[in-house]
Ligand binder design. Structure first.
Ligand SMILES: [Ca+2]
Ligand SMILES: [Ca+2]
Ligand SMILES: [Ca+2]
Length: 407
């Protein structure tokens, strides 16, 4: 279930931003108003990138040849500008602050650049702010003190086919920005999050994070906060917190976020964590989580369906939050403690399976829950144990039961 709101972005992931924003009459008028866009060559026509940027007019392309450029570049107030590297030129910061700073621009493309050495408290590789229409494609951002790429307060952003390695904060951080497509990137060894998309306000993000490979993140592999976002078909391996998280336990104003068809492995925290209300985890594969495969918290009702979880402390945990969640068609196996731990109230669990768990298949301490057509086998403790009572059971396959579970 991928909401349709992203279809214009999704169908054009590799199309230059100029085409993505053809709805912007401003861009078309500017492009049509010149006889032809110029190509400015660095270092052939201009000794450094900054002097080419300063000279560039709307619609120009700056072609940067192979080599290392020790500069911190500022692109401000430009429209329709492309910075294209030929032969993987390296842009290395010359001062504190971001290596490449893009501010208040329209329709900017950054293609084929390696950006490194961002220093100090604002030492991001690429920092983009207040820009409409951004394409970052086939770039590498590595060894920057802060984020590899920080995009703030911007709209219509495509980040694709790029690499974000060994950055001191997040690999990719889209903050207070809308219509962000983050696709087919490789993100490794971020000190904090691999990919963060979010807002501190109630911003509707319309974000899609898809087909990225995120490895060895110091906090969450992927984190989405605020409203309306999708993480689909990503592969996350190795996170010190959750592999993929909707917000965290401090941010509860989170809705309409879908995590689907992702593969998550080797998390020190939960495989997936759902906070907020009205979010979805479906058809994910999660293995080797040191805490829960999926941890469901927040105000509910969340939907957790069709997930497969192997090797975790608990399979699916509904131990906190206000409950009211729908949990259907999940399979958990080779779990250290409980397959499903249900501590909150008013949840519906239907057609879930638990197999080979150290303690209970279904461990229930909440009330007002409904258990329908679930099954458990090879439980070290009981297939189902209810220490609270006040729950409804129908058509479950439990061989060993304890407490308030009917025989
Ligand atoms: Ca950050
Ligand atoms: Ca447990
Ligand atoms: Ca237990």
């Amino acid at each position: 279930m991928i909401p349709g709101f992203l279809s214009p972005l999704r169908s054009s992931g590799s199309v230059p931003m100029r085409q993505l924003v053809t709805g912007s009459s401003l861009v078309l008028v500017l492009l049509a108003g010149r006889a032809s866009a110029d190509t400015l060559r660095v270092p052939q026509d201009f000794p450094d990138i900054q002097s080419a940027v300063t000279a560039a007019q709307d619609g120009d392309e700056i072609l940067v040849s192979k080599g290392q450029y020790d500069e911190s570049v500022v692109v401000a107030g430009k429209s329709g500008l492309t910075l294209r590297g030929k032969g993987n030129p390296v842009l290395a910061a010359a001062a504190d602050g971001p290596t490449l700073f893009v501010s208040a621009c329209t329709d900017i493309s950054l293609v084929g650049l390696k950006v490194t050495g961002g220093q100090g408290r604002a030492g991001h590789g690429i920092h983009v702010e207040s820009t409409t229409g951004l394409l970052v494609s086939r770039c590498t951002c590595e060894f920057n003190a802060e984020d590899g790429l920080l995009v703030e307060s911007s709209d219509l952003v495509t980040i694709e086919k790029s690499r974000f390695l060994d950055n001191g904060d997040d690999g990719i951080d889209c903050f207070e920005s809308t219509h962000c497509l983050v696709a087919k990137n490789v993100v490794e060894r971020s000190d904090e999050r691999g990919i963060a998309v979010g807002s501190d306000s109630a911003l509707v993000l319309d974000a899609l994070v898809t087909r990225n490979r995120v490895t060895d993140s110091g906090l969450e592999g992927i984190r989405i906060s605020s409203h309306k976002g999708v993480a689909d078909r990503n592969r996350v391996d190795g996170s010190e917190r959750a592999g993929i998280a909707v917000g965290d336990d401090k941010v509860f104003d989170l809705t309409d976020i879908v995590l689907s068809h992702n593969t998550v492995k080797n998390t020190v925290g939960d495989g997936m964590a759902l906070y907020g209300t009205g979010n979805v985890a479906e058809d994910n594969k999660i293995q080797d989580s040191l805490v829960s495969g999926i941890n469901v918290d927040g105000d509910g009702p969340h939907t957790v369906t069709g997930n497969k979880i192997v090797r975790a402390e608990d399979g699916i945990a509904l131990r906190t939050g206000t409950g009211g969640n729908t949990v259907t068609g999940n399979r958990v196996s080779s779990i250290d403690d409980d397959g499903y731990e249900v501590g909150s109230d008013g949840n519906v669990l239907e057609s879930n399976r638990s197999r080979s768990v150290g303690d209970n298949g279904f461990e229930i301490s909440g009330t007002g829950n409904t258990f329908l057509s679930n099954s458990a086998s090879k439980s070290g403790g009981f297939d189902a144990q209810d220490s609270a009572g006040g729950n409804t059971y129908e058509s479950n396959k439990f061989k060993t039961v304890d407490g308030q579970v009917p025989n």
